[in-house]
Design a protein around this ligand. Structure first.
Ligand SMILES: [Fe+2]
Length: 547
């Protein structure tokens, strides 16, 4: 009944509530949907999303698809341009619609819809939805950020990474959605490029290399109802890692020489499909193999999010990638974000007025030395450990700029970790920042827990404060006095609907760099009997595999 009412209201041109608030909206809404024939079945199979919030608005997204798994990547849509209507309301029932309009969904952009909604009030909740003919999408919840000069008291933010569909069910996304955060950060590996099968779910199509393939892959992921819930609950700030394109690629270099011919065309296809399927602003419309992704987002004077792209501009991995003792990792002419983005970040530290400066990025920032001998440093070449001069410039940058509370957020490694950050990892005396690393949503499968939450490497890497090899996400509460991080875990991903629990809680106090542990709650039956050597092998394997 509710549905009928909503649909009728939409069909009759937003004649509910505050139509008077949106002059012009009714005219727009009643415009016929071009010459295209409205499909009979529901075209909103991929859900809705919002992103890149600002004080006056956000992006709302959807993509029309009748057959999401169509191999040509076009979702079974006729090759017509459709006018898709949209509404933004201050209430969940859309009784008070404050913005509305229509926008074109074209076959050239795989019938994706991106609307930059503006003119909204800062620091409040909204709901949005789309309509095509008689079909109305589900609604989504979005928030505008507080005004730049305002002083919000708190922010609930969750961050995630590494959702590999064949590796398991995306239950962690659903549990995250149930917390109704204000903001979600996706730190990369939103989808995986491989073909292959998994635990009952499998990727449609072979390894993604073409625009059709990437579009089909994105569409398949977006059909996941747990993922749809997470998108619909809050605006997302997304940045990618490698698997949105190709395992461990670096700028214009493919992972393996055999994949190098035509790699920039592949990157262009992947970037285009990424834009089409993410709630990104027009500034991120790709131009060939280039997509402008790194950006800042503020939450009043409470937090600034510096969202980094550590793939598109990076120097090649030193010493051929992998875990190496490699002097080239110290070469100052190499950079992980690229020198332009590095400078942008350093400028951002200097200009920041925020209480919390948060880096949303992909790969491990703190040191993780695999070799207990202090004279030898064997570390991952794909992470900041493989770009040590670059890491040093950034760490020194926030020290020089007297950044009040630098916090690095990380994905990629398919395990929860927490790390203090130092200027000199050989002499770790006083931390200068903190790093929170989220596990994967599914990558790596079920995983296991560890009684004391300690990785074997912590014995000679004192910055490493916590580790569990379970899947999950991190939910945080950020206030003027502290940032609290809850490491949320699901016991398994091979069955749907697992309950989530908080494995550990860390607090960072305002003005006190470094992590303070509040709570640890291991689940005895999830502990493994794996030896330290096996755990280290698991860690390295999970970070160097192609998925
Ligand atoms: Fe990953």
């Amino acid at each position: 009944m509710e549905t009928t009412t909503r649909r009728t209201a939409l069909r009759t041109g937003l004649a509910v509530g505050s139509a008077a608030l949106v002059p012009g909206a009714i005219l727009l809404d009643q415009r016929p949907s071009a010459a295209a024939v409205i499909p009979r079945s529901d075209p909103f199979t991929l859900g809705v999303a919002s992103g890149d919030p600002e004080p006056d608005g956000f992006v709302i997204w959807t993509r029309l698809a009748l057959e999401p798994l169509a191999a040509d990547g076009l979702g079974g849509m006729p090759s017509s341009t459709y006018q898709v209507n949209w509404q933004v309301a201050t209430d969940e029932r859309f009784e008070n619609v404050v913005k509305a309009g229509a926008t074109a969904a074209t076959p050239a952009w795989a019938h994706s819809v991106h609307v930059e909604v503006a003119g909204l009030q800062p620091g409040r909740e909204y709901w949005y939805r789309f309509r095509l003919g008689k079909h109305v999408s589900r609604s989504g919840r979005a928030l505008t950020t507080p005004a730049l000069a305002s002083s919000p008291s708190s922010l609930d933010m969750a961050f995630v990474s590494c959702s590999n569909l064949p590796a398991g069910y995306f239950t962690a996304y659903r549990r995250l959605a149930e917390e109704r955060p204000d903001l979600v950060l996706h730190l990369g590996d939103y989808q995986y490029e491989g073909g292959g099968t998994g635990i009952g779910r499998q990727h449609a199509g072979p390894e993604t290399k073409t625009l059709a393939g990437y579009r089909q892959r994105h569409a398949q992921y977006k059909t996941d109802l747990d993922l749809q819930e997470a998108h619909a609950v809050a605006p997302w700030l997304v940045v990618w890692d490698d698997h949105e394109v190709d395992n461990n690629y670096a700028d214009d270099l493919a992972d393996r020489p055999v994949e190098q011919p035509g790699f920039l065309d592949r990157r262009a296809a992947a970037y285009r499909a990424y834009y089409e399927n993410m709630p990104l602003r027009r500034r991120s419309v790709p131009a060939g193999p280039d997509l402008d992704l790194y950006r800042r987002s503020g939450w009043g004077d409470l937090a600034t999010f510096h969202m980094l792209d550590t793939r598109q501009y990076r120097s090649n991995q030193a010493c051929g990638d992998g875990y190496k003792n490699c002097p080239d990792a110290d070469d100052p002419t190499r950079s992980l974000p690229g020198f332009e983005q590095e400078q942008w970040l350093l400028d951002g530290f200097r200009d920041s007025r925020a209480k919390w400066d948060i880096l949303g990025q992909q790969v491990f920032f703190g040191r993780r030395d695999n070799n207990p001998d202090p004279a030898t440093t064997t570390v991952g070449m794909d992470a900041w450990d493989g770009y040590r001069a670059s890491r040093q410039r950034i760490t020194q940058g926030w020290v020089d700029a007297q950044v009040r509370n630098p916090v690095v957020l990380t994905g990629d490694v398919h395990a929860h970790w927490a790390s203090d950050l130092y200027l000199d990892y050989d002499n770790p005396t006083t931390p200068v920042g903190s790093e929170l690393i989220t596990s994967s949503i599914t990558s790596g499968g079920n995983g296991y827990d560890e009684a004391d939450g300690t990785h074997p490497w912590a014995a000679w890497n004192p910055n490493l404060r916590f580790w569990t090899n379970l899947r999950g996400y991190v939910s945080t509460t950020i206030t003027k006095t502290e940032m609290t991080a809850r490491f949320r875990c699901v016991p398994q991903v091979t069955v749907p609907d697992a309950e989530a629990f908080t494995r550990a809680t860390f607090v960072i106090e305002d003005g006190v760099a470094g992590l303070q542990q509040e709570q640890a709650a291991p689940v005895p039956q999830l502990r493994s009997s794996r030896t330290d050597e096996q755990k280290i092998a698991d860690t390295i394997a999970s970070e160097t595999h192609t998925s």
